[in-house]
Structures are given as C-alpha cells and as structure tokens.
Write a protein that binds this ligand. Structure first.
Ligand code: NAP
Ligand code: ZN
Length: 352
C-alpha cells in the first residue's frame, strides 16, 4: 500500500476457523477509474463460512469476508463516468479480472479465463495486496465492478442480491426458466429464497425442495406453487420426472442422484451450492433421460446490473435479519444449522 492508503476498520479471521474479530486494514486512495464506497450493509453468504474455515483450500489470511456489499459513493476518480458522489451502489463477489480474454470481452468476467479476482480471499490483479471484503467501513473498487442499486430497494434488502441474487438469476436465465417451465429450487436458504422469487417473477412454475416442511408457508409467500420435503417418506419417489430445471443450492454433501431422478427427459440440474466434498453421480442418473448436470458461478457485470434492474422492476428483495457485526460468529453458527430466515445482513454502522 502507498502512503496515501486509507485506514479502515474491519473484521477479519486471522487463521483457518478462527473467530472473526476487529482488525484494521488499508484501502487504496481512488485511482482514475476507482470508486470509493462508504459501506452501509453487507450480507453474510454461506461462502463466507466455507472460506473462513478454509473448506475449499488455499485460503489467504488475514481474511476480511463479505461479498454482498451495499453502500454509497464517497469519492470517485477523475476518469469515472458511471458514478457520482451519493449514488447507491453495490459490489459483489469479484472486483477485477484480466479484462482481455474472450470471457471478459463477452461481459462474462465471472468466467475470466485467468480466473476472476474475488472481492476477498484473493490477491489483487498485480499480486501485491490481499483483497479485503465487505465486513469493513469502506472499499475502493474499479467502476467496471460496481453496480447501481435501484431506488425502490432498500440498501439492506438489496445487499444479498449482489451474490445470492445474481448466482440464481444467471442460471435461471441461461437455462430459460419462464412460462411453461417446471423449475425446482433445492435448499431454501440465502440463495434458494432469491432463486424462488426470481424464478416466479420470470413466470416459471416453481417448486421448493427442502428437507423438512418447516419452510413451507414461507415458500408459498415467495411465489412457490409447490413444496417437496425430502424427509417425508416417499417424497423423492412421488416426484420423479417432474422438472425441466433444478437449481441446487445445497451447501453440504447430499445425494445428488436423488434430485437428478426428479428431472424430466432432457432436464438440467445446475449446481450453485459448493460443498467441499466430492459428489458421487451415477451414470444411470444421466443416461436414461439424457439429463444434464451443470454448474454456474455468480454472473458477469452486465448481467448483475440487469438482475438488479429486474429486481427493482418486480420489487424483489431479500428477506433479512439485520445484525451488528459483533454477532457475526454467532450468525455463522446459526447459518450452519440453517437457522436464518433467509439472509443475515450486517449493519456496518455497528463497526464505525
Ligand atoms: P444457506 O443459506 O446456508 O442455504 C443452504 C441451504 O441448503 C440450507 O438452507 C438448506 O436448505 C440446504 N442444505 C444444507 N445442508 C443440506 C444437506 N446436507 N442436505 C440437503 N440440503 C441441505 O447457504 P447459501 O448462502 O444459500 O449458500 C449455499 C451454497 O452456495 C454454499 O455452498 C455457498 O458457498 C454456495 N455459493 C455458490 C455461489 C456460486 O457462485 N456458485 C455463490 C454463492 C454461494 P433447507 O433447510 O431448505 O433444506
Ligand atoms: Zn456469496
């Protein structure tokens, strides 16, 4: 960092599985294409828990998690054209990419051939600094990786759209969820509840596949037409050959073959959940119905803005429980027990 770096209060984990605690970091002064954002709220994604615990390997500490950032523009570099001071903006899971490969040229920076540069648990593009996420007072980000939050959405309820929203919107649109399509969302958590709302707004016939019946009434309010509780006897058998598309948000190892059986001929199951364990798939989950098992990660920047505008138009936002940052370790414990309806969002005022 240069001498002109901005001292910033944050919360960090200093080693694998350590509690997330107060930690001071530095943000760069905005360069010509940078936006300095005063963070107001940050969502708590299950990926934060995976990464703090180093579930996926290769974690970089100290780690300031947080990739569902909503705030207000505090300052802009002299070449910034998209944003001005006072704008309500968001930052999601990536803050940079090579900007030269075919994926970046197509606006699919999330599929950058050199790997997108994540908001945290990553080094900056030049390899010199650790990137720190949204559990902090402010962040400096290239304008290309900043999006506008629609006026009719509150910052706290919009924050989860930056990851949970785009991660479900992108595969729903890619696999053409819409009228006449039977879409199931597996796992009614942070991603899942956004997936249900978005799929419903796209016009699809939506079913929630959850483990128990506990979330049934909530699912209906979100726009689900049907609900399958897999713990009920015979639930999987009764729902064979039903869905054109399954968006699977499950965060830990589960029997993927059972879900594949619920697809129709030529159906697609798209994994967005990212368990650290290998997921065994039987050949006979794919062959008899020409089904596809796919995956998807977040979305490109153009698509992220499109998703926010879509959510603004349809008044779609996250169901949240706002917490002070001092409760973050407790929130992680509750998230692991699926004890959240449906996203924790940190009020960053509690850090200032
Ligand atoms: P979350 O709020 O904890 O929701 C996950 C849901 O999965 C739970 O609510 C639960 O739903 C279900 N579930 C958990 N364990 C299960 C098990 N053993 N068997 C069956 N269902 C189970 O987590 P999230 O924030 O939505 O994140 C979900 C996953 O997506 C995480 O692995 C995260 O890292 C990943 N993710 C991926 C991307 C991407 O770009 N692909 C982006 C963000 C997050 P029910 O209680 O309804 O059964
Ligand atoms: Zn996330």
């Amino acid at each position: 960092m240069t001498k002109t770096a901005i001292k910033t209060k944050a919360y960090a984990a200093v080693s694998a599985g350590a509690e997330v605690k107060p930690h001071e970091i530095e943000r760069r002064e905005p360069g010509p294409y940078d936006v300095l954002i005063d963070i107001k709220f940050c969502g708590v994604c299950h990926s934060d828990v995976h990464q703090v615990k180093d579930d996926w390997g290769g974690a970089i500490y100290p780690m300031v998690p947080g990739h569902e950032i909503a705030g207000v523009v505090e300052r802009v570099g002299e070449k910034v054209t998209k944003f001005k001071v006072g704008d309500r903006v968001g930052v999601g899971c990536m803050v940079d990419s090579c900007k030269e490969c075919g994926s970046c040229a197509d606006g699919d920076e999330n599929y950058c051939e050199k790997g997108n540069i994540q908001t945290y648990n990553a080094m900056s593009l030049d390899g010199k600094n650790i990137n720190f996420g949204g559990y902090s007072e402010r962040i400096t980000v290239l304008e290309r990786f900043v999006v506008k939050i629609p006026d009719n959405l509150s910052l706290e309820q919009a924050a989860p759209l930056l990851c949970a929203g785009i991660t479900t919107y992108s595969p729903l649109v890619h696999w053409k969820a819409g009228p006449g399509k039977a879409v199931a969302v597996v796992g009614l958590g942070g991603l899942g509840h956004m997936g249900v709302k978005i799929a419903h707004a796209l016009g699809a016939d939506v079913t929630v596949i959850s483990r128990t019946n506990n979330k049934k009434a909530d699912a209906e309010k979100m726009g689900a037409n049907d609900y399958v509780a897999t713990a009920e006897p015979g639930a999987v058998e009764k729902n064979q050959n039903r869905f054109d598309l399954i968006i699977n948000t499950v965060s830990s190892a589960a029997d993927m073959n059972a879900y594949m059986g619920m697809l129709k001929r030529d159906g697609v199951m798209c994994l967005v959940g990212a368990p650290s364990e290998d997921l065994p798939i039987k050949a006979f989950s794919l062959i008899p119905k020409r089904t596809t098992l796919s995956g998807s990660t977040i979305g490109g920047m153009r698509e992220t803005q499109e998703m926010l505008d879509f959510c603004g138009k349809h008044n779609i936002a996250s169901d949240i429980e706002v917490i002070p940052i001092q409760k973050i370790n407790e929130a992680y414990e509750r998230l692991l027990k699926s004890d959240v309806r449906y996203r924790f969002v940190i009020d960053i005022a509690s850090l200032k």
